[in-house]
Structure formats: C-alpha cells, structure tokens
Design a binder for this molecule. Structure first.
Ligand SMILES: [Zn+2]
Length: 408
C-alpha cells in the first residue's frame, strides 16, 4: 500500500499548517490570502499566498488524496459557518531515536502527537544488524498494539555525523561498524515508507522546535550533553547542517591545548573534558584516589560509575561531584560564549542525559556565557533546560520525516 504525497507547493504548505492542528477554511484563508498573510510564522516563514478559490481547490484535492479530512463546522464568525479541516486521522509517523546506549521508538499522528512510545537499553557499538533488529522489533510491538497499519514515513536519529543527502552515517567515532551503512534505505525498505536520517542533536532541536521550549523561536541553539557533546543550529525555523552535514559538531572544539587525549585523536577537545564518558571517568578517578568517599562507596557497590552517579552525589552535597559539574559547565560555557557572540541566538537549550545534572550545571553555563559574550547578544537570551527530555528525539524524528512528506 502506497500513501499519497502533496502535488504542489500550495498543498504542501497547507499540510504543514494543519500539522499544528485542525483549522477552519476561513482561518486558513486568513493565513494564506494575499492581503492578510503574516510575514513570519512560529514554524518558519510562511510564504505561500493563495486566493480563496485556489485554497479551496487545494483543500478539496488534499481530501481526494486522503491526506486531509473534514472535521465538522467551525464556530460562526458572524456569517455562514466555515468547514473545519484536519490532517487525515489515519496519518502515522515513526520517530526512531538511536542513542549511544538506548533506543527509543514512537508512533505519532499527523500532528506529531505521540500515540505510543517504547524505549530500551541498547549498545550502539554492537553494530548495525543487532541494533536494527531491536529497532524493528520495537516498531513491530507498537504495530501489534494497534497504533498503525501503514506508516506515512519514518524519521531516524543516530549519535554521530550523518551525510544528510545520502542518508548514511560517516566515520561516526562512537559507532564502530556503521560507517556509510545505508540506514535510511534499509529502514525505508523494511517499513515500506519514506525515511530520513539525521544526527541525534538535530532531531532533538526539531523536537523542541515542534513541541518544546523553542515553539515560538525561529533562531536558536540546542546543546546536547549526552555521552558526547553536540550543538543543533536552527536558523529561520530550519536546521542548519552546513555543506556536508557536520555543522554544530562542537564536541571536538579545543578548549585546552595541553588537555587530555580525545578518542578523535586530537587532544584537549571539549568532549574529552565533559560529557557522559568524561564525567564517568573523572568520577571513577576521584573515587579511587579517595577524594570522594561518597563516590568510592558507590564505585565499590556498582563496579563502575556513570554521569548519573555524579548527579546523585552532587544532590547529596558531595563537594567533589559538585566541582566536576562546575568545571564541566565552565568549559561548555566557554565554547558557548563564543557561539553566542558568533550566532546571536534567541534561545539556548541545554539537553541530553547529562543536562539532568540540572541547576548546578545550568547556573555555571549561564554565568560564563553572560560574562563572556557581547552584551548585545546576551541582553535578551534565555538559557534553559529542555522540557521534552526523553521524547524530544522521537518527536523531532517524526518532525524531520513529516517535513519531507509534507513537501512537494
Ligand atoms: Zn575530539
């Protein structure tokens, strides 16, 4: 079974507008008429103007194609009541977020509301075949729950650099065996629908843009601090990927010439100082050297430490754990201060597993950025934690594929 696609830019633009929710034909006319169309829009610039007759013809055609359906009559605005329309209630997207240590899969409707979400631990280093097996099992599980019969598309995020044009990971440092693996094509064939692949940071930024703290913001940065560190760049409501797809890879920016060796082969990278792996290593060394009896106790009990242990120790007031978070926050803040002066964003979002270190980390990052960036850039700059946390990636992956499907 094949699902239909819009036939021209006007139909595609209407589908993207309806992704925000049902609308009356009169409201859509307000948004798209030559006279009244706004120049900007919360979801990027909306610049398709059409006459009322063209609008109605486009909507009727979308109904014929099974992409839009009638949704009753709107409240009267004084005259005849206008018909409401919505995206087809059968529309389904899969959002797949493959992390370094876990896999998340969600099924959404056309408006990207999450209908079902499953997550399980999964080590990306086991390679494409076993990880893909887990992904397809989880998608199948959601199908068995009756959440979909046919997918309109699947969006995928992976924790490494991606050639967006080719749909393949490229020399991903923490994904051995995945270099140039045809992930987009494989998922598309297995699930029988269009698929799009991007890195995990970009899909998180898309998730925040669609349903999180960045809903009303068209230009922002999202810094993901997970196992590694990366930055999603949103310009005018769209992801900025650069020429080859590596824009925002800030984890390997040098913060100290004499710093520790990074897995990328250089030394003094931000990621070698901070991020899930670096923090776990620093916590273990603090535990072994006896500077933190609290971490030593946890190490003895568990055999290894993670960033989460540092968070728990800090919450208990352990001074070593608090210092590790402050030092890391300072390094991130130094890099971010430069980015803020360069990019002048309207918002900075701190996200990812390590962001759950919470307010000690946030306070340190804020203090460095506000002190070191240009006052004109920071005068009106909120730096906040992600609100979506676990679902930012899957919602963003669904948003990625819906942008593709809702284009002509
Ligand atoms: Zn590096």
């Amino acid at each position: 079974m094949k699902t239909n696609r819009p036939e021209n830019p006007h139909q595609a633009a209407l589908l993207r507008l309806l992704r925000e929710g049902p609308r009356s034909r009169a409201e859509l006319n307000d948004l798209t008429s030559d006279a009244a169309a706004p120049s900007g829009h919360a979801y990027g610039t909306f610049n398709w103007r059409m006459s009322r007759s063209k609008l109605n013809a486009a909507l009727d055609r979308l109904v014929d194609l099974g992409l839009v359906e009638s949704d009753g009559l709107a409240e009267s605005r004084g005259g005849r009541r206008s018909g409401r329309v919505r995206l087809s209630s059968a529309t389904r997207f899969a959002g797949i977020d493959i992390g370094a240590t876990s896999v998340d899969v969600a099924i959404t409707d056309g408006e990207l509301n999450v209908l079902g979400h499953v997550s399980e631990p999964c080590d990306i280093r086991t390679g494409p075949a076993p990880v893909l097996g887990r992904v397809l099992d989880l998608v199948g599980k959601l199908r068995e729950q009756g959440l979909y019969t046919q997918l309109n598309g699947a969006g995928i995020g992976v924790p490494g650099p991606v050639s967006f044009a080719e749909g393949v990971p490229v020399v991903p440092p923490i994904m051995p065996g995945w270099n140039r693996y045809p992930l987009r094509e494989t998922i598309s064939q297995e699930l029988g629908c269009p698929a799009m692949l991007d890195n995990d940071v970009n899909i998180m930024a898309l998730g925040e843009l669609h349903a999180g703290v960045a809903r009303q913001v068209n230009d922002f940065l999202l810094v993901k601090i997970g196992t590694g560190v990366g930055c999603g760049i949103v310009v005018d409501g769209k992801i900025y990927r650069g020429v080859s797809g590596s824009a925002g890879d800030i984890g390997h920016m040098r913060v100290d010439e004499n710093g520790p060796l990074c897995p990328c082969g250089n030394n003094g990278c931000l990621e070698a100082y901070f991020g899930g792996s670096a923090l776990a290593a620093q916590a273990e060394s603090a535990a072994r050297s006896g500077t933190s009896p609290y971490l030593a106790e946890r190490l003895a009990a568990a055999g290894s430490l993670s960033a989460e242990d540092v968070a728990i120790a800090a919450a208990q007031g352990d001074p070593v754990a608090i210092k590790l978070i402050r030092d890391g926050g300072r390094r991130v803040g130094q890099v971010l201060a430069g980015l803020v002066s360069f990019f002048n964003p309207g918002l900075v979002i701190i996200a990812g597993g390590v962001a759950r270190l919470g307010h000690v980390l946030l306070a340190e990052i804020r203090s460095v950025v506000y002190r070191r960036s240009l006052p004109l850039a920071t005068g009106n700059l909120p730096i906040v934690l992600s609100e979506l946390e676990d679902i930012a990636g899957v919602v963003g992956a669904a948003r990625l594929i819906s942008d593709h499907v809702y284009s002509s």
